[in-house]
Design a protein around this ligand. Structure first.
Ligand code: NAP
Length: 276
């Protein structure tokens, strides 16, 4: 649509940023709601991050998403960080307001909203989080904050132990991941295993209880080998693209003043783009 001189401007800051589906996602919502605004890809080098973010704010941008490798730098730069960002140790959403830069992290709420959209109650029982990287932290924190018992299980066990010491939860050895399934209601792959171009995650589901829900946050491919294996066993499977869509909702609402909906049509638009 045509934008006017009063358009609200936002975007996604990353390096690189060409792979990001956020412009398509936010652009679809802007069009759907007829909003006078634009959401742009903003490729910014790490060494330029601070000066460029300050410039965006000075230029009247309403805010931005922040992706790899800037999430920790954004955290350090904010005038104010929401509890979600403090728990995550990283910021993925910036709002420029009254000359101040406010940061939050929407990965945890996005993950939880996607679980619920798939009919999975996160509070049904303990959760086993595979991985201890950038995505494991906000997801683990969101589960812990919802009162869920969480165990982290990572190839590098020390990293899982440090994460648990920082945000809470326990640790299970990487080699024990299949045996531990029986003690959990939910298992989440937050590693990069299963992603196109990476090895598959090896997780024997033979001993998985019938009520286990299996979530994968990897969304390229949409149906990872883990999700396919879960479905083949009749287990509930929660795909990762929904998390990406749901985590975008709070930013859009803050910048453009409309709370958008994640629905089948939006899923099809972004999923279709992933297939091209
Ligand atoms: N759906 C969404 O909205 C969403 C959001 C964020 C991220 N993601 C996806 O989540 C994945 C992880 O992202 P991230 O930012 O957390 O990455 P990250 O910080 O680099 O962490 C990678 C994790 O994967 C583990 N890992 C990597 N290679 C492994 C291997 N060969 N065997 C066992 N474990 C291995 C690492 O374990 P070590 O500690 O042992 O190295 C670590 O726990 C990516 O595929 C990303 O695209 C999706």
């Amino acid at each position: 649509m045509t934008i006017t001189a009063r358009a609200s401007l936002a975007g996604v800051i990353g390096w690189p940023v060409a792979h990001s589906r956020s412009p398509l996602l936010h652009g679809t919502w802007l069009k759907r709601h007829g909003i006078d605004g634009a959401y742009l890809p903003l490729p910014i080098r790490p060494e330029d991050f601070a000066v460029c973010v300050a410039a965006l704010a000075r230029m009247g941008f309403v805010g931005a998403n922040v992706t790899i490798p800037h999430k920790e730098a954004a955290f350090a730069l904010c005038d104010e960080v929401a509890p979600s960002a403090r728990r995550a140790g990283a910021v993925n959403t910036l709002v420029f307001r009254d000359g101040r830069m406010v940061g939050s992290n929407t990965d945890g709420v996005g993950f939880m909203a996607n679980l619920r959209a798939h009919g999975v109650d996160p509070a049904a029982g303990p959760a086993l989080v595979l991985g201890a990287g950038g995505a494991a932290r906000p997801i683990g924190a969101a589960l812990l904050d919802a009162g869920v018992v969480v165990h982290f299980c990572n190839r590098t066990e020390d990293r899982a132990a440090r994460l648990a010491a920082t945000i809470g939860g326990g640790v299970i050895g990487w080699e024990d991941r299949a045996a531990a399934l029986g003690d959990h209601a939910l298992v989440i792959n937050t590693t990069s295993l299963g992603m196109a171009g990476h090895q598959s995650l090896t997780l024997d589901l033979a001993r998985a209880p019938a009520g286990l829900a299996v979530a994968d946050i990897v969304y390229v491919p949409l149906e990872t080998p883990l999700l396919a294996a879960a479905r083949a066993r009749g287990l509930r499977a929660v795909e990762g693209l929904g998390m990406l869509l749901h985590q975008a909702v709070p930013g859009f609402a803050a910048w453009f003043g409309v709370t958008p909906v994640v629905d089948e049509a939006l899923y099809r638009v972004v999923a279709g783009d992933l297939l091209t």
